[in-house]
Write a protein that binds this ligand. Sequence first.
Ligand code: CUA
Length: 352
Amino acid sequence: MSYQPRRRRLPTWLPFAAGVALVLAFLTPVLAAPPENLNMFDAAGEQAASIRDLFYLVLAITGSIFVLVQGILLYSIFRFRDKGTPSEIEPPQVYGSKPIEIAWTVAPTLTVFVLFLVVMRYINDIRATEAKPDAMRVIVVGHQWWWEYQYPELGIITANELHIPAGRKVHLELQSVDVIHSFWVPRLAGKTDVVPNKINHMWIEADPKDMGAKPEVVYLGQCAEYCKGQHANMMIRVVAQPPDRFQEWVASQQKPAVDDPSVKAARDYFFSLNCQTCHVIKGTSAVGRFGPDLTHLMSRQTLLTGMVPNDRKELTAWVHRPDSLKPVCLMPDLHLTDAETKLVVDYLLTLK
Ligand code: CUA
């Protein structure tokens, strides 16, 4: 009696279950994402949506090719496998086939060409070398390790929290004062490098539908180009607001700094330090442009590009020992005592 290998069959539901698991694994982060996230599939703007659509299109094309090739491969493996019948006869040998060779040259060329055209079309839509009419202009300046936002038409300079009106195109001019950074807010747009001695352009727009009735929505981002030391903590916060709320923000930012007489001693102490050589406080002698503009520091929700909330506790820790919160940061440690730190923070807290 000859040996008969037992045929082992995979259960038919297995590929189906694997497919469902794959789709769920892919969708879970998309569906379960909190509103503040870095999920490019959870698009909240035209730019991000077109990038996501392009991704799906390329995935569909390359996925079909993958399924087709793997299908033919698997079919051939099973269909033409050695079935255990002894055979001395060699199968027919084929040396080349013109139609097949033409087919496998033309088909990939066409595929690549179609992908090229589609990608070029999207890139053309996404890139913004010129400001769109009616767009709001913002100059974004990358610093180690924070972001400066200038609104030239509005006379505003702020830091780390980019306020934009929802439903309006915002044209960004990206510049860097030191090394290469990259501006990336995945829910709004793709990433664009921020390069010294070069101005790059991009535009973003927050979809008002994503905001619904909320007074504002924060879109998170991240510096996406390694820029030394605190690169990982060089985060981005885009605060989208309905147009009227945005106008209120603009009006408050245009005002000079609050001069609160109740903190006169603290204020005098602050101006006896060297802070003013690196920071601007509008309407005072502080005119340094090296660090973030502090005129309306307390209108910002966070400190250090979003590392910590902007409150007395964190502000104290930051002023007291900058390195303890943000190692290798460029803000010097002034070796202030607790009492001196408190004076500085008392003054800063009035900069609403
Ligand atoms: Cu800036 Cu990485």
